[in-house]
Design a protein around this ligand. Structure first.
Ligand code: ZN
Length: 58
């Protein structure tokens, strides 16, 4: 059930895997995202640091 890399809970593959014990482990340890890309955390280009133009009036 636990990931050997990050020691977190691997995502359930089946409805039968959604047990109370698994839910508790996810709360305690977190969910492993090693094998799957994380769609919840993309790298938004608009959050890149914007350099202010030099010499802007105050
Ligand atoms: Zn992992």
């Amino acid at each position: 059930m636990l990931c050997l890399t990050c020691h977190r809970v691997r995502p359930a593959l089946d409805r039968a895997d959604y047990t109370a014990e698994r839910a508790w482990l996810i709360v305690r340890r977190g969910l492993c995202t090693c094998g799957t890309p994380n769609p919840a955390a993309p790298r938004p280009a608009h959050l890149a640091p914007v350099r202010k133009p030099a010499g802007s009036p105050k």
